[in-house]
Every structure is written in structure tokens, then in C-alpha cells.
Write a protein that binds this ligand. Structure first.
Ligand SMILES: Nc1ncnc2c1ncn2[C@@H]1O[C@H](COP(=O)(O)OP(=O)(O)OP(=O)(O)O)[C@@H](O)[C@H]1O
Length: 291
């Protein structure tokens, strides 16, 4: 039986490739043939997945960060391929994988990925595109997409966000309209997070109450606030206390719409997201994650 291994050679520190021989050997000894695919252009990944005969594969392994998982999952679902997914969390933040508490050592991860224990995971859908961990929009997003990947990888996630936060006072809030069965909001915001998992951008206390298999999305709206309230608000995010912050709205829902007339970037798992208006839904227990 074959196992597809899709790896991003530049995720995180780009060292995953040093483990390829070890991984191939471990799977071979267990009677499974690893078929590696090195990511490059998005179109090449999609072409390879489109050509896969799903029945010939036992599982798909993804080595990368959230962005790589996002691209692979979008292509698999587009081509109706429903195989168990294993994750080597070798990106910078690995927010989605963090949810599953995977071990850090490659040997221990392989032990898990050789097995057949699964956790079913919901997945979010924004217009035509899926996200596994978080959909976000607003001023911070534009910064994170502009921030140099090398800087991010060399300085680590904290420096990466501090770099962005340094620009915060210069940023303009955006007017948005949010509608769902649970809440209607029309006002100025700094940013908004729609969470499936618990952590985003390396902050692991963004949505401590979120669960990937509850059939719900946890939405956080960070409202426009005076400059002097910004630092306390960001600090409350780092400490996981923002749910009580008067500038933060939190609610749970199965679907919502978001619209704005402003130029606002959207982001799905660290990849560029669709344009407005946004229709966001959750598809319960769509992914089978090897845990
Ligand atoms: N061969 C390659 N060369 C350069 N970029 C690549 C290559 N393969 C994939 N990419 C890009 O890497 C990005 C995804 O990186 P990914 O998010 O997995 O890692 P990361 O940024 O280190 O981790 P995280 O998202 O957890 O912070 C995608 O935008 C993808 O287009």
C-alpha cells in the first residue's frame, strides 16, 4: 500500500528533508511505500493531487506549517479525495497541529503516523475555499502577509508578531458588517478571527474554548479602540484573557456572513483568502486526522 508524503522544503527551518530517509525506511518496514512530493507552485500540487488514484493510497502525510496543510486540504477536497491525513508539524507556528498535541521528535511522530488512530476534525469554508484552523481579516493580516518569510523563520514567531504590532498605531480600522443567527454587528474593527482550532499566529490562548469537533466556529471581533487601549488588548490576547476585554466580541456559530466596502485583506491559515462579501460555514467532522 502506498502513502503519499507531501512536504514543503521551506516550511519552518527547512530541515524536514533531512528526515526523509528515516521516514521512508520506517514506513517500508511496516509494509507501506512512501511516495514523496516536494511542494513548489500551488498549481503543481493541485495537478499532482488531481492525478492521484485515491484507492491506491492508505493515507496522506503532510510535512509543513498551516499554509501547506491548507493548500493540500483544499486540493484534496476539490478532487473528492477522502483519505486519513497525518501531519509532520514542521512549520513556524503549526497552530492547527498544536491542537492535536503531536510529539516533537520525528521518531515519535512517525510512531503515531504509522498507526490508525484518528480524530475527526471540522473544517471551515469561506466562499469556495477551506480553512483548517483560522480565517482572519483586518489590518493585522495585511502585515503578516507582508512580513518577510525569512525574517519570520529566523527570528521566530514572537519577533514576527512584534514586528507587526510595531506598525499597529499607524493602521486604520475598517468598517464591517457581520451577520449570523447568533449576532449582528456593524462597526469599526481592527481585526477579526474565525477559529476552528485554539491557537493562531503562535498565540496558543486565542480560543481556549474552541474545539475542532464541536461543529462550531469561535468568532472574535477586535473592535476599534483608542491607541492607549491597544497594548492592554494585545496583552490580554497573549494571556488568553481577551474574552473579558470590552473591546472584544466573542460568539460561536455554524455560519456567518461578513462584508465591507473597505480594502481589507483576508487570510486562511496564513494563505491569502477570498474577497468580500464572505460567506463562512463549518463542515462538521470532514477531516480524519491521524493522532
Ligand atoms: N518549494 C517551495 N519554495 C518556496 N515556497 C514554497 C515552496 N513550497 C511551498 N511554498 C510556500 O510555503 C507556504 C506555506 O508555508 P507554511 O505555512 O507551511 O510554513 P510556515 O510559514 O513555516 O509555517 P506556519 O504557517 O505554521 O507559520 C505557501 O505559501 C507555499 O506557497
Amino acid at each position: 500500500m502506498k502513502v503519499k508524503l507531501i512536504y514543503n522544503p521551506v516550511s519552518g527551518h527547512g530541515t524536514f528533508k533531512n528526515h526523509l530517509d528515516y521516514i521512508i525506511d520506517r514506513f517500508q518496514q511496516a509494509g507501506m511505500q512512501i511516495e514523496p512530493f516536494r511542494t513548489g507552485r500551488k498549481e503543481e500540487l493541485d495537478k499532482m493531487i488531481a492525478s492521484m488514484n485515491a484507492e491506491a493510497y492508505k493515507k496522506v502525510l503532510i510535512a509543513g506549517g498551516d499554509g501547506t496543510i491548507n493548500q493540500v486540504v483544499n486540493s484534496l477536497l476539490k478532487h473528492d479525495i477522502d483519505l486519513p491525513l497525518g501531519i509532520f508539524p514542521v512549520g513556524t507556528a503549526n497552530d492547527y497541529a498544536a491542537y492535536f498535541n503531536l510529539p516533537h521528535e520525528i521518531e515519535d511522530i512517525v510512531d503515531i503516523l504509522l498507526g490508525d488512530h484518528y480524530t475527526l476534525s471540522d473544517i471551515g469554508l469561506v466562499n469556495e475555499k477551506y480553512f483548517v484552523n483560522v480565517a482572519s481579516l483586518g489590518v493585522l493580516i495585511d502585515i503578516s502577509q507582508r512580513t518577510n518569510t525569512e525574517l519570520k523563520n529566523s527570528l521566530g514567531i514572537l519577533a514576527y508578531y512584534l514586528h507587526g504590532i510595531g506598525e499597529l498605531p499607524k493602521l486604520k480600522p475598517v468598517q464591517i458588517q457581520v451577520n449570523s443567527k447568533n449576532l449582528a454587528y456593524d462597526g469599526e474593527i481592527l481585526f477579526m478571527l474565525i477559529m476552528n482550532g485554539k491557537s493562531a499566529g503562535g498565540f496558543n490562548r486565542i480560543a481556549p474554548c474552541a474545539s475542532v469537533d464541536d461543529g462550531l466556529l469561535d468568532v472574535f471581533i477586535f473592535k476599534k479602540c483608542p491607541i492607549y487601549e491597544l497594548a492592554p488588548m494585545l496583552l490580554s490576547v497573549i494571556n488568553g484573557e481577551h474574552i473579558n476585554n470590552p473591546n472584544v466580541i466573542h460568539f460561536r456559530t455554524q455560519e456567518l456572513t461578513v462584508d465591507t466596502i473597505n480594502e481589507v485583506g483576508t487570510d486562511l491559515d496564513g494563505e491569502e483568502g477570498p474577497s468580500f462579501p464572505l460567506k463562512v460555514t463549518v463542515i462538521p467532522k470532514k477531516l480524519k486526522i491521524i493522532t
